[in-house]
Design a protein around this ligand. Sequence first.
Ligand code: ZN
Length: 353
Amino acid sequence: MLTLEVEKEYYQALLDRKAEYEGVFFAGVKTTGVFCRPTCPARKPKFENCEFFETAEQALLASFRPCRRCRPLSHPDHVSEVVRTLVDAVEKEPEKRWKDEDLQAFSIDPSTARRQFKKRFGMTFVEYSRARRMGMAFKQIRSGHSVIDTQITTGYESSSGFRDAFSNIMGAPPGLQEECNVLKASWIDTKLGPMVAVADDQALYLLEFVQRRGLEREIELLRQKTKSAIIPGSTKILHSIEKELTDYFEGSLTAFKTPIHMLGSPFQQQVWNALREIPAGVTRSYAEVAASLEKPSAYRAVASANGANQLAIIIPCHRVINSNGELGGYGGGLPRKRWMIQHERKIRLITEN
Ligand SMILES: [Zn+2]
């Protein structure tokens, strides 16, 4: 059962149509019998008529049916004229890095586009096009096909926008670069939404929520630092982390054993190792982590190293909160941070008793 406090927070997120709560909860409406995504464009019910669920399955099991407007079980497709025009434009050139200035070509006012996209998708047009661009690359990761296979099956020429799009995001496919390393990327569906994992045969380099702010940049840095191409695929490391994540979300694992490779400055590595010392079910403040490194004045640097972590959950940056007890920041979104802290507290209570 969710606490009243959490329900009130979810209700506020429902009123505000907050996209970062997508996948964190679904809202059942007792008066109509439907359940919705947090970003549903429909008129919002009263608090007392809502029932909150952490999964769509729970909502279905409680006999709510999916809303026809926000389609909580699929991707939404009812859109306004402005949104439709721009969505179509993005579909024609999904690899393009769209900017607000591009709207002039369609005689669309940027603030109108912003408002309507926010309303429809909970994000701006630029954020939407970025998500689509990422989505294209991630689709290949999810399906695990080789880049070449995908080009053939989707009918793209080898010099097409598709290859460019994929290369922009994931690095040039092998064959185009001489002597480049290859990292494999896989898609992992979790209770808190999809994650992307990148590894070679020895270690895991990156594990992030797909919706994480700045993920695209993070992937770019990873392939620059490792001089690698990143292609969809699988390795024993990726199998291992997928299994461990399943166990983590089921509550039967808190200490990850999959080998990791931490790419960072010596100070960042120090901070990340300190984070790995924080037991599951426990939180520390940025100042406490700084003190444990005998650098008590460096708490801001600690916070920034914390934010630069590329191995979500495994390096538990979510266990670091503000000194006053507030959650602080989290690239993957605060609802996920809170969920993991609570999840780990529950596991700790169970294993202690
Ligand atoms: Zn709805």
